[in-house]
Design a protein around this ligand. Sequence first.
Ligand SMILES: CSC[C@H]1O[C@H](OP(=O)(O)O)[C@H](O)[C@@H]1O
Ligand SMILES: Nc1ncnc2[nH]cnc12
Length: 287
Amino acid sequence: MERMIGVIGGSGVYQIDGLEEAEWVDVETPFGAPSDQILTGRLNGRQIAFLPRHGRGHVHTPSTVPYRANIFAMKELGVTDLVAVSAVGSLKEAYAPGDFLIVDQYIDRTFAREKTFFGPGLVGHVPFAHPTCAQLSALCAEAARGTGTAVHEGGTYVAMEGPQFSTLAESRLYRSWGADVIGMTGMPEAKLAREAELCYACVAMITDYDCWHPDHDAVDVAQVVATAMKNADKARALVAALPELLAASKGCDEGCGQALDGAIMTAPAKRDPAMIEKLQTVMGRVL
Ligand SMILES: CSC[C@H]1O[C@H](OP(=O)(O)O)[C@H](O)[C@@H]1O
Ligand SMILES: Nc1ncnc2[nH]cnc12
């Protein structure tokens, strides 16, 4: 199967430049519209799709981002490898604002979001011990290093509900858990990408020290935006390098594309035909 990069841009990354045949396209899904139109085109001769997670102009809160529609739409467009770019707070001294961290684990503290494509009449459970694709993550690290930024490979992302930032007690709690960075959108995006059998990687752009650091002011939007703006060119350079790196890579050998093998529990005779039809795009392979 031809591989194709999709990118979901976070706070501060609402578009990418330099696409040939660039076009913002509407994609409708059974879960409603995605966060915005999706920018499609060719980057260095290779097809790519880009979606701003909060919409252009930042209209969705972390809780109202239509995560299911976003993943569905990417799959519909033929994306196989999805890269999330996310602004995060650092929970460790060594991870400084301006650095990139390639996430490989999550702690999901969100509670007000739809987190699965499954439902009554079609029940399934995908493996999630390793929530990101190691091969795609390695490509992201290589692309990130090419921007000249400090890159940390591997780290745990705490996904909080927001939209308010954390209290000091919460920030200290997450540090005591050994978590590395904090954001508001990593979940359920990563869970849904796994259910849709996509390779998924998260490039976390560190924008602040949250509120635990005695020598830094507690995070506010101005800090996040200032760092994100400073890093926006690097984020775009990183994205620009990805399609070629993917084409030259040996591809995923850890089964992201077969995550649904053996996952569905509902007996064939009990499966809801409407659910089967609704989910053709994301999991037609096993239905
Ligand atoms: C503007 S600070 C909080 C906001 O920024 C992050 O967004 P994203 O993950 O989409 O880059 C964080 O998760 C919050 O949504
Ligand atoms: N400190 C922080 N907490 C949650 N989300 C963030 N996004 C960027 N910085 C953040």
